[in-house]
Design a protein around this ligand. Sequence first.
Ligand code: SF4
Ligand code: SF4
Length: 65
Amino acid sequence: MVEKIKIIVNEDKCYLCGGCAGVCPSLAIKVSSSKWEFFQDKCISCKICINACPVGALDFEPLEG
Ligand code: SF4
Ligand code: SF4
């Protein structure tokens, strides 16, 4: 079974380019001009967003259960 993860953003690095939201296959990230948002219920833990961020602003932590 795939490990469930929570995606976290480093707001000091993120410049709201929207790249992560663009590659997320399940629309679990939304980026606007003022904020980065994550929707846990949609995330399938594929980690594509983490690799896609050009400045390494994304990381993850495992979810219990
Ligand atoms: S891990 Fe996958 S599903 Fe979850 S937010 Fe990142 S790209 Fe989207
Ligand atoms: S790809 Fe990285 S810099 Fe761009 S919005 Fe996502 S977290 Fe922020």
